[in-house]
Design a protein around this ligand. Structure first.
Ligand SMILES: Nc1ncnc2c1ncn2[C@@H]1O[C@H](COP(=O)(O)OP(=O)(O)O)[C@@H](O)[C@H]1O
Ligand SMILES: [Mg+2]
Length: 251
């Protein structure tokens, strides 16, 4: 996936300001940044849910903004506020998403059964999804997004609200998917989760501040020549440096 000079404005406000990055097949790629950085807006454009104001989006050589539905069939998306139906049971949610993805007959039955098994959801088949315990809501949202075997999976803050154990299990599943060749693009505001990503981009106020592997970013962010010890430290240093630069420019 190649993103070049992606822009999104809302009136005279620029939410995404000339962002560029590329993600290789099977990579786990992270968008990190504080609230309002433009992560969800970027995701919605990448998934074809929101038109871009400018820039290009290529997926496996096809222009996502022009290719439309055909290119989007290859994507799976877990929205920041999961699009599960809380009153519908686990089975009903999976049936709903399977229809939405156009799965039919035997294949549809098999996919639902396989994902329920893989995500240990069988025990909750008839439970309204709103009543699922902690990490199982995340599991169901992920299972629903994988029904049609997407090549690229988008997860927007998918671990927020989950306890540490559930988050660790979740990342275990993500790593396994990427090892099977699925490209996974995530957003997170948990800085330490950057370490699960092969590469990350740091966004603040719509702009890209740094890009690279977590180790590269910690190395560059370090003050006085030493690498930052944690991603949290690196992140704060990078954002502060940029805000300082902006303030100087404005003065
Ligand atoms: N539909 C919209 N209309 C106006 N402003 C929006 C809209 N969607 C997002 N924004 C603004 O764009 C900025 C980036 O939002 P968002 O992409 O949700 O950030 P993040 O996901 O990084 O927290 C925020 O200031 C937000 O208020
Ligand atoms: Mg968001």
């Amino acid at each position: 996936m190649q993103v070049r000079d992606l822009v999104r404005t809302f009136g005279d406000f620029t939410a995404v300001d000339h962002i560029s990055f590329s993600v290789r097949k099977g990579e786990v790629y992270g968008l990190l940044g504080p609230n309002g950085a433009g992560k969800s807006t970027t995701f919605r454009m990448l998934c074809g849910l929101l038109p871009a104001s400018g820039g290009t989006l290529m997926v496996a050589g096809a222009d996502l903004l022009k290719a439309g539905a055909k290119a989007r069939e290859r994507l799976g998306y877990v929205a920041q506020k999961f699009s599960l139906y809380g009153q519908l049971s686990v089975d009903e949610n999976l049936e709903f998403f399977a229809s939405a993805y156009g799965l039919r007959g035997r294949h549809r039955k098999d996919r639902i059964a396989a994902l329920k098994n893989q995500f240990e959801l069988d025990q909750f088949s008839r439970l309204p999804s709103g009543q699922l315990p902690g990490g199982f809501k995340q599991r169901l949202a992920l299972a629903a997004a994988l029904l049609h075997e997407p090549d690229i999976l988008f997860l927007d803050e998918a671990t927020s609200g989950a306890d540490p154990l559930a988050r660790r299990q979740f990342w275990g599943r993500i790593t396994a998917l990427s090892e099977q060749g699925v490209t996974v693009i995530v957003t997170t505001h948990f800085m330490e989760e950057a370490e699960y990503c092969d590469r990350i981009i740091i966004l603040d106020a719509g702009r890209s501040l740094a890009e690279g592997t977590p180790a590269e970013i910690r190395a560059h962010a370090g003050m006085g020549g030493e690498a930052a010890a944690t991603m949290e430290e690196a992140f704060i240093a990078i954002v502060e440096k940029e805000r300082h630069r902006q303030a100087e420019r404005a003065a």
